[in-house]
Design a protein around this ligand. Structure first.
Ligand SMILES: [Zn+2]
Length: 69
């Protein structure tokens, strides 16, 4: 797999992932990803993105009861 930005070699590794939602901020330190050995750009597989999305929607559901904005 080649990096879509610099055509560098993508290696299986981990990358941090963070996202801000209304009232809370999520940061994972190390999620499985392909990382460009040249520019460091991470690429998450669609299966991984699905898992991230599932985790976020579960969290969102529970957060509704907690967050008062
Ligand atoms: Zn690259």
């Amino acid at each position: 797999m080649k990096c879509m930005y610099c055509q560098g070699e993508m290696k299986k590794s981990t990358a941090p992932f963070s996202i801000s939602r209304q009232g809370y901020h999520i940061h994972w330190d190390a999620i499985e990803a392909y990382v460009c050995s040249q520019c460091g750009e991470p690429y998450f597989e669609s299966e991984t993105v699905d898992k991230i999305q599932a985790a976020l929607s579960a969290l969102e559901e529970k957060s509704k009861e907690l967050i008062k904005i």
